[in-house]
Design a binder for this molecule. Structure first.
Ligand code: GDP
Length: 612
């Protein structure tokens, strides 16, 4: 009955969409939020904008006022009751605003600095938005920095642009064009919002200045249009409880509290709730529902306003017992009168246990650790795309026991004896232990940086391996003698590379069949010490690269055959391959260096050397 009442499609039951703001550092995310929040002095308290926990609520009245300058024809109808904008910009809140792998963020603003174009975290934001299928708009911020910009504070951007000097307009168009091309390289079609005829296909670009406020009305109008357009009817009405933990915080006098976003439904003081904890599920009762005291109520001592009941969408702090091990990014479920608490506990823990499905079946892979459920999920998504296998996952600070788990890789696959740690503390003891055992810990708060650190480490390992196995890495070649330059000590022969590539370090041999016994005899002439082409020292000579021949100098092994007696100009010379040398080339350290033609030649040499 309760639910039916909630579903009723009356104006009282409309809920507000939730908006996040993402982008590279210093693009102006914080400043844009400040600008949107700013109350217009003449209008007093702009229609009751309220500061909540981790979010700001803009009732539709405030948005109507703020968009008036670009809605003079009043064509835009407002169907949603308002907009909830998450205050903490960046990936963390976006990734934690999650439920079962999808996002609770209904619309996002991706901020790009028009002077800088796409930057690293811009790319990461695009990837996150795409992974979570979140509709978004691009704020092309800092237009006031275009040289010669003449500001008209808080104006609609089309009008402002029309009034700029020609040179400013040209620079603007030029930079927009560059951004569109850069976005296209990321697979995104984009268009200035006022030219965008297909909101589903093209991302809308809104030029803004967080300093002058120009374009901010356009941006708000677009947010409303897009949410109304893209949010299903159902999402616009209050229904079942949908709530996510954004942050876990210790507050003096309250103990450990959770800051949550209630994206749908109603939450009441005294409600029984369950959520995901580091050591298993947590079930507790809501002791208090808190939002900040409005600024004008400075006389009141308590920092918070208590609520008996709160309705979506809003950001609220929950005080309750047993929240110490709560995980940010966890869903919060309500235990109703007919619900089985145990079932709900399993359900809520499945958010974490389901991520175990990402673990590599072979049991080989890196260890991954993150601070929140949202960031762990995002990191795993990314590693999957990058085809990096994962062996174990964990949430929270890195302790010695976590490193111990990773040490199993030392034997199995050294290249994965690595911990990728996203935004987590690393315990001192754990760090020392890792150092001792040879486990590499990479820690970063940008996913890309972790990936870069990991791939660089892989390259380093391969380089070490190449050095260790260089003597076994024999690339195939076939040589004809042009002339003998020096018969012995050292043997120097002028050769023509008729197939493959001749390299410094390669052992050279002649293969003979004894006419009497028909036995195959491999005679090692020596390893290449140096190569000269036209009196210039080189490391590699490929077939066809040296028309005049190559002077090949060999070392002098103990049983070096005598030129003129055991071997002579009529013998074909080969790089001396073995089963081991072929296996070495098949290893990851060399795999990318061996061409298709070289594999074909190796197959021919295998029969020359009679290798199975
Ligand atoms: P965030 O790291 O994305 O949150 O960036 P901030 O909001 O902290 O802004 C970074 C810097 O750029 C600050 O010095 C801002 O004052 C400045 N800034 C932000 N937006 C604008 C803008 O539209 N125009 C100009 N000229 N400066 C801006």
């Amino acid at each position: 009955k309760h639910k039916a009442a909630l579903d009723a499609r009356s104006a009282d039951n409309l809920r507000s969409p939730i908006c996040c703001i993402l982008g590279h550092v210093d693009t102006g995310k914080t400043k844009l939020l400040d600008k949107i929040r700013q109350t217009n002095v003449q209008e007093g308290e702009a229609g009751g904008i309220t500061q909540q926990i981790g979010a700001t609520y803009f009732p539709i009245e405030a948005i109507r006022q703020k968009t008036a300058v670009v809605n003079q024809d009043e064509k835009l109808e407002f169907k949603v009751p308002g907009l909830l904008i998450i205050d903490t910009p960046g990936h963390e809140s976006f990734t934690n605003l999650r439920t079962r792998g999808s996002s609770l963020c209904n619309i996002a603003i991706l901020v790009i600095d028009i002077m800088h174009g796409l930057e690293q975290q811009t790319l990461e934001s695009i990837r996150l938005l795409r992974d979570r299928k979140t509709p978004f708009i691009v704020a092309l911020n800092k237009i006031d920095r275009l040289y010669g910009w003449e500001a008209i504070p808080d104006n609609g951007v089309q009008d402002s642009l029309a009034k700029q000097p020609r040179a400013v307009q040209r620079e603007f168009e030029d930079r927009v064009q560059k951004t569109k091309i850069a976005l296209a390289e990321q697979g995104l079609n984009s268009e200035l919002y006022y030219k965008n005829r297909n909101l589903g296909r093209n991302v809308s670009l809104v030029p803004t200045s967080a300093v002058t406020g120009e374009g901010v009305p356009d941006m708000l109008k677009l947010l409303i249009e897009l949410t109304q357009n893209r949010m299903s009817e159902k999402l616009m009405y209050l229904s079942e409880l949908e709530c996510t933990v954004l942050e876990v915080k210790v507050i003096e006098g309250l103990g450990t509290t959770i800051d949550v976003v209630l994206s749908n439904g109603v939450l009441r003081e005294g409600d029984r709730i369950v959520l995901c904890g580091m050591n298993g599920p947590i079930a507790t009762n809501v002791r208090a529902l808190l939002t900040p005291q409005p600024l004008r109520e400075m006389r009141i001592k308590s920092a918070y306003v208590h609520h008996k009941e709160v309705k979506a969408a809003l950001g609220v702090k929950i005080a309750a017992n047993d929240l110490e091990k709560a995980i940010a990014g966890s869903r919060l479920l309500l235990v109703g009168p007919d619900d089985d608490e145990e079932d709900l506990m399993d359900e809520v823990m499945s958010d974490l246990t389901d991520l175990q499905k990402n673990l590599d079946k072979s049991g080989k892979g890196v260890s991954v650790q993150a601070s929140t459920l949202g960031s762990l999920e995002a990191l795993l998504d990314f590693l999957k795309q990058m085809k990096i296998p994962v062996m174990s996952i964990s949430i929270g600070p890195v302790y010695k026991r976590d490193v111990m788990k990773a040490t199993t890789m030392l034997e199995k696959a050294k290249e994965f004896a690595v911990m990728l740690c996203f935004d987590v503390k690393i315990d001192k003891e754990a760090e020392e232990y890792a150092e001792q055992q040879g486990i590499r810990i990479f820690s970063a708060d940008i996913i890309y940086h972790l990936f870069d650190a990991f791939t660089n480490y892989q390259k380093e390992l391969l380089e070490v391996k190449r050095k260790e196995t260089a003597a076994q890495a024999v690339f195939p070649c076939v040589l004809h003698t042009i002339k003998v330059i020096n018969k012995r000590n050292p043997m120097i022969i002028g050769v023509d590379v008729v197939d493959g590539s001749l390299r410094v370090g390669t052992p050279i041999a002649v293969v003979k069949i004894d006419p009497a016994t028909q036995m195959r005899q491999v005679m090692t002439l020596g390893r290449v010490v140096s190569l000269e082409v036209n009196h210039k020292s080189v490391d590699i000579v490929k077939k066809g690269q040296a028309q005049g021949g190559v002077a090949m100098r060999l070392d002098s092994p103990a049983n070096q055959p005598t030129w003129g007696r055991h071997v002579d100009e009529s013998d074909i010379m080969y790089s001396e391959i073995t089963r081991d040398s072929i296996n070495t080339l098949k290893d990851a350290a060399y795999r990318d260096d061996v061409t298709r033609d070289e594999w074909l030649l190796l197959r021919q040499l295998k029969s020359v050397f009679n290798i199975a």
